[in-house]
Write a protein that binds this ligand. Sequence first.
Ligand SMILES: [Zn+2]
Length: 130
Amino acid sequence: MKKTHTRDYIQWSDEGFMEKVLCKGCGTVLSSMVEGDAIRSTKKGNTIVKHVPLTLQQTAAYDVVTLEMEDGSAHETPICKSCKVEIEAGLFDEDDLFATDVRSWKYTAKRTKTSFQRNQTERKVKKRVN
Ligand SMILES: [Zn+2]
């Protein structure tokens, strides 16, 4: 069974926004921050301040896989196209992938001072029947 490649699949900038999202399965970049065109300039005294819009843009590798949970719910998570094929073939430890997401939610909640539902950690992924 393949395990998660990277637990820190969301990379944060020093300013506190998501800079990159990596594939949990292999580390391929799924989305990254890119500069938009709508650059705006304002003047502050003798200084010209350029405002560059940033957006999180998905790469060609980006895909989403649905993990079916034992409680009947479903969990969608970003993954690269080739890891998705391996997950659907039952080659990945899906509980490990889900645990990686839970860890990331906890971390994001801490960073953004939002709440995190404790019962998430008890959820289990339903085993695939192929
Ligand atoms: Zn991957």
